[in-house]
Design a protein around this ligand. Structure first.
Ligand code: CS2
Ligand code: MN
Length: 354
């Protein structure tokens, strides 16, 4: 595996590449062109500038998270082929720049959803939390404001104000899109892009739905083992793969993550590791990465990845804000650095024991 951290790029991320470079064992970053709207074309110069900035700091650009998918593609609206063509152009340019991993998601309207971005934990740290009973009382129109209010002034991935400004139109687009249609639209998209992925050896790694159940009545199709295997079968090309995100799959305590890892053999291209503490059905908060701080067995997860011979990038996913850091919710430096050190330690132990 290659240990990485997510970096949102200059002007967006208060964490610097120089800081990331000093986290023991972190050799790469996962980044993006954070100002790009879904559906916008990425220019070669912009990709090269990002890559050069990362390499100048003595790190590798290990992959892109995310190249976001336009809602026209997710809903199969009449202009979807135009947006797919643009996506292919972007993939071509990423491939030409030597990038072989692209993470994306296929969630309708909202990306990850939380009800609190700075819940105070007993140790004084703050973290992101979710409570379905609160979601059940919220009008989706108010979601953007709820997130923005708690964002510490940062723009948050997947919560582009420009796109969500037209929420009514967005919901209307999905009116006739059920799970079956959404799945068909995903396979259609993947079949269109597989040739360019084959040419440039680009691994597409779908990010699971977060949380792993329908929110605001919108369909969800990447929620657990059955869905993931269905998708791997749906488009059999090995470049159609998965981002194994423990925090997203783990929102449903019934998801046996080590078992999912074993079943996806060869199709996991990227891993996000974080821990959650479940406090009631449909209610959880993001804990420290350490197994004993949350509800997941992070050792078993790391061991399962090791046992399948996983060689792709891993990143500590969300961390808490600790030590007074006023970081981007989920993406402060300190707790993610602790997470990386912990994951590296587990990996070393598993490796030496095997
Ligand atoms: C990420 C997702 O911060 C997060 O929760 O795991 O936003 C993820 O980047 C996207 O869903 C991938 O497209
Ligand atoms: Mn994730």
């Amino acid at each position: 595996m290659v240990m990485t951290m997510r970096w949102f790029g200059p002007g967006f991320d208060p964490v610097t590449l120089e800081q990331i470079r000093q986290v023991p064992g972190v050799t790469g970053v996962i980044s993006t062109l954070y100002n790009k709207q879904p559906g916008e074309e990425w220019k070669s110069e912009e990709i090269t500038a990002l890559k050069n900035a990362v390499e100048k700091a003595d790190l590798q650009l290990s992959g892109i998270e995310s190249v976001n998918i336009h809602d026209a593609i997710k809903t199969a609206s009449p202009d979807r082929d135009r947006y797919i063509a643009t996506y292919i152009t972007t993939l071509e340019r990423l491939g030409q720049a030597g990038i072989h991993l692209v993470c994306y998601n296929f969630m309708p309207v909202f990306d990850w959803t939380r009800t609190e971005l700075a819940k105070v934990r007993p140790d004084g740290s703050t973290t992101m939390a979710y409570d379905q009973s609160i979601i059940d009382t919220i009008d989706p129109d108010n979601m953007q404001a709820l997130i923005e209010r708690q964002s510490n002034g940062f723009m948050l991935a997947g919560w582009e104000p420009e796109r969500l400004a037209k929420l009514g139109e967005l919901f209307a687009l999905y009116r006739d899109v059920d799970e079956k249609k959404l799945f068909e639209n995903l396979c259609y998209f993947l079949n269109c892009i597989m040739p360019v992925c084959d040419t440039y050896d680009i691994n597409m790694a779908i990010h699971p739905d977060d949380p792993a159940w329908p929110v605001f009545g919108l369909p969800r199709i990447v929620t657990g083992k059955k869905d993931l295997l269905h998708l791997m079968e749906g488009v059999k090309n090995p470049h159609n793969g998965v981002t194994l995100c423990t925090g997203s799959l783990g929102t449903n305590p019934k998801n046996d993550i080590p078992d999912i890892i074993g079943s996806l053999n060869g199709r996991i291209h990227f891993a996000h590791i974080r821990n959650l503490l479940h406090t009631a059905p449909g209610k959880f908060e993001e804990s420290a990465h350490l197994s004993s701080d949350g509800s997941m067995d992070i050792f078993a997860i790391v061991k399962a990845l090791h046992d399948i011979g996983f060689e792709g990038p891993i990143r500590p996913d969300h961390g808490r804000n600790i030590w007074g850091e006023k970081g981007m919710p989920g993406y402060g430096l300190y707790d993610r650095a602790l997470g990386a050190a912990y994951l590296n330690g587990l990996w070393e132990a598993v490796e030496k024991n095997s």
